[in-house]
Design a protein around this ligand. Structure first.
Ligand SMILES: [Zn+2]
Length: 135
């Protein structure tokens, strides 16, 4: 699949920090409860740290107590790409940025969280960049 932003891996490696590269480009996972946005309640927009595409809004962020920023809905469902992930002996749904293909996290459904969608987009802080709303 071709992404709108399609850079050679050497270029991503040069532009991102080693930690960012590991999560975004190698589908790594930051350690639970270590990400900078885990408990953030700031109003604003969360964008892809690799390409800047707008992905989530603070209104859909909720406290899941799972150790990673959790959202119940993307800002625009076409902003993310969902892919079946059979790694680590599990069947999960990987969430990627639809614009550059970078790994964001996973989405889980039916866990019983009191949210409008009953979905939890479990996203690595390091895959996101928060832009606080003005004023
Ligand atoms: Zn992106």
């Amino acid at each position: 699949m071709a992404y709108e932003i399609d850079k050679p891996e050497e270029q991503w490696r040069a532009e991102l920090t080693p930690q960012e590269y590991h999560v975004l480009r190698e589908a790594g996972t930051e350690r639970a409860f270590t990400g900078e946005y885990t408990d953030t309640k700031t109003v604003g927009v969360y964008s892809c740290r690799a390409c800047g595409a707008e992905l989530f809004r603070s209104e859909t962020k909720f406290e899941s107590h799972c150790g990673w920023p959790s959202f119940y809905d993307p800002a625009d469902s076409s902003a993310v790409e969902l892919i079946e992930d059979r790694s680590h002996g599990m069947v999960r749904t990987e969430v990627r940025c639809a614009r550059c293909g970078s790994h964001l996290g996973h989405v889980f459904a039916g866990e019983g969280y009191p949210t409008p969608t009953d979905q939890r987009y479990c996203i690595n802080s390091i895959s996101l960049r928060l832009t606080p709303e003005e004023g």
